[in-house]
Design a protein around this ligand. Structure first.
Ligand SMILES: [Ca+2]
Length: 96
């Protein structure tokens, strides 16, 4: 579990290139490269952008770490509700 938490942080830092936020493009790359087996529609720019808008609580057009963690929390909850945790394709959250 410690390794999993470390991974979550490292992926964020790497994707944001150590800026304070994930930009639109950073987020698209992250979803595509890290979550294509757990999320459907990760190839759709529009779907990923809609998801980013749903996660962007303070509506500054970027995703900060707590906003990124909302997505992780959403995915974890979705997984926990599956009778069998894997393999599983979650639907893109458009409105969290
Ligand atoms: Ca934001």
């Amino acid at each position: 579990m410690e390794a999993a938490i470390q991974t979550l942080v490292n992926v964020y830092l790497k994707s944001s290139k150590r800026k304070e936020n994930l930009g639109k493009k950073d987020f698209q790359n992250l979803v595509k490269s890290q979550l294509s087996n757990i999320l459907s529609d990760t190839d759709s720019k529009e779907a990923v952008n809609n998801m980013a808008v749903g996660l962007d609580e303070n509506q500054d057009g970027k995703l900060g770490f707590p906003e990124y963690m909302k997505l992780i929390g959403y995915l974890a909850v979705s997984l926990s509700e599956q009778p069998c945790a894997s393999p599983y394709l979650a639907r893109l959250p458009h409105d969290i």
